[in-house]
Design a binder for this molecule. Structure first.
Ligand code: NAD
Length: 508
């Protein structure tokens, strides 16, 4: 524990959170802070000590309607703005995020329980998302030249219209920028509905965007509950597409809600991602990656590798080393720079995660490390970093997304066995594999039913590359030009270059 820096961070935080505790966090619609139409609010808690951070406007259908109207009214001018001008504005937002990165990270850690060591990087990544898509704004409309013998076809893209963006509570700031930046770069206007368990940095983000020069109505934020404000957004006529990040069951609800207005949807959903370690791998690096990819970000990460598939020839030794590492993880106050695992987002989520400790025992798995709730001075939504061994692939702990610092270890015999276990879940977001055999790497990459494969690598993000999942893990891809395919309509134009034959009907 680094008590000195923790104390400094707590002091810096106290200056930042006054605004959240002294008056309710309001919606931001058409460039203005607005209370809910019925003045309703809900309480937002810090998972560190269960204290109330403050009240937050509880969005109603009327609030959502106002925000969607604002986005609709702002659309034509924003879509018509030259790409270079949009680029400059988005860079100004990135500059402003960088200037406030420390404050954003402190507030995010306090609101979500995520360790500051990771949130500091996440805030910077938020700025990078804006910069990356800013640079693509001038060419977002570009299409293809598709000549035919007697015709010239060319395509171009135009922004689809006002879009709804609905985000979850894990790394909420970074994820919001990951969706909002490409939408704005494409020329869409936005209504953002952040998760009710982590509203603070969404409130900061929309203010930063406007202070950096974004015109009123281009980005609007409505706080509130998913079943009310989120649902109203997915049903609103003015909204042409919904970009959603969250649970698979919510994605399914959103698809139904959006059916009457024929919403285009983009879903980034849950995962139960395998990390497969073969006996020919660099086991030292593999162990680092296995630990990092489930216990960083409290395991509250869609791409976390929550199933370790370990070849039986090396299982005993590898798991022994793994146990030592899991037992040594530093659980603590998220604002302590030494902390590696903080509290889970909410007491309800802790209930969900800890319910799997009992399920694991009932199913006959072994709780090798952890398996209990924890606390900090008697408070907070902590659980012990947990390792389940003797797991078989049909157990619930090997099938269901737990979304906490909990790893299930499953042994396999050979490559075919590993692939069958890896693919034997309803999810298909990401997979990680560690092997020294390049041919096997290629076979795994081909046969794993996931949207993203990392070979001999932890989760290394490259913004132009496609990000997204198969099966119950999602629909569509983000990243680079893939994002524009979602936020834009492609139009084809066909012009005759000569007098081609036109069939004549009803010749007189
Ligand atoms: P969630 O589905 O409960 O909530 C996500 C958002 O949806 C929240 O803003 C919520 O208010 C809203 N919502 C809930 N019901 C709604 C409805 N009926 N209509 C419209 N909106 C509604 O998810 P969560 O618990 O906040 O987040 C955790 C989940 O997110 C995990 O499953 C995780 O894997 C997933 N996730 C996926 C990715 C990815 O890229 N695939 C990234 C991060 C998180």
């Amino acid at each position: 524990m680094n008590a000195v820096v923790l104390e400094e961070n707590l002091q810096k935080l106290s200056a930042l959170i006054d605004r959240f505790s002294k008056s309710p966090t309001l919606h931001f619609i058409n460039g203005e802070h607005l209370a809910a139409t019925d003045e309703g609010t809900f309480a937002n808690f810090s998972p560190i000590d269960d204290s109330i951070i403050g009240e937050v406007a509880a969005g109603t259908m009327e609030d959502v309607e106002k925000a969607c109207k604002a986005a609709e009214n702002a659309f034509d001018d924003w879509a018509a703005m030259p790409g270079k001008q949009r680029r400059d504005l988005l860079h100004a937002i990135a500059d402003a995020i960088e200037a406030s990165a420390e404050q954003i990270a402190l507030v995010e850690s306090y609101d979500t329980g995520q360790a500051l060591r990771f949130m500091a990087k996440a805030a910077i990544r938020g700025a990078e998302n804006f910069r990356f898509f800013a640079d693509l704004a001038p060419t977002a409309r570009d299409g293809l030249s598709l000549p035919a013998p007697q015709h010239m076809n060319y395509s171009s893209r135009q922004p689809i219209g006002p879009v709804g963006i609905i985000t979850p509570w894990n790394t909420p700031f970074m994820l919001s920028t990951w969706k909002i930046a490409p939408a704005l770069a494409a020329g869409c206007t936005v209504v953002h509905k952040p998760a009710e368990w982590s509203p603070c940095t969404a409130a900061l983000l929309v203010e930063i965007m406007h202070e950096a020069g974004l015109p009123a109505g281009v980005a609007n934020t409505v706080h509130g509950l998913g079943e009310i404000a989120g649902k109203a957004l997915t049903e609103n006529e003015a909204i042409k597409a919904i970009a959603f990040v969250g649970e698979s069951s919510t994605g399914s609800a959103i698809m139904k809600q959006g059916a009457d207005t024929l919403k285009r949807v983009h879903f980034e959903l849950g995962g139960k991602n395998p990390v497969i370690v073969f006996d020919d791998a660099d086991l030292h690096r593999a162990l680092d990656a296995v630990v990092f990819m489930i216990y960083s970000l409290n395991g509250e990460r869609c791409t976390s590798s929550s199933r370790l598939l370990i070849q039986s020839t090396i299982a005993e030794e590898f798991v022994a080393r793994l146990k030592d590492r899991v037992a040594a993880l530093k659980v603590g106050h998220p604002l302590d720079p030494d902390t590696e695992v903080g509290p889970l987002i909410h007491s309800k989520h802790r209930e969900k995660v800890s319910s799997y400790f009992e399920i694991a025992e009932k199913e006959g798995a072994t709780i090798a490390i952890g398996g209990k709730c924890a606390d900090l001075d008697g408070r907070g939504c902590f659980v012990e970093p947990t390792l389940f061994t003797n797991v078989t692939s049909t157990m619930r702990i090997a099938q269901e997304e737990i979304f906490g610092p909990v790893l299930s270890v499953i042994e396999f015999e050979d490559e075919a066995d590993a692939i069958a276990i890896a693919n034997g879940v309803r999810y298909g977001l990401a997979a990680y594999a560690w092997t020294g055999d390049s041919g096997r790497s290629i076979r795994l990459a081909r046969d794993l039913e996931v949207g993203m494969v990392w070979i001999n690598s932890e989760n290394n993000r490259h913004l132009p590359s496609p990000f997204g999942g198969m099966k119950a893990s999602g629909i569509g891809r983000d990243g680079g030009d893939y994002s524009f395919d979602f936020y834009m309509e492609t139009k084809n134009v066909c012009i005759a270059t000569n007098e081609h034959k036109i069939p004549t009907l009803a010749r007189l």
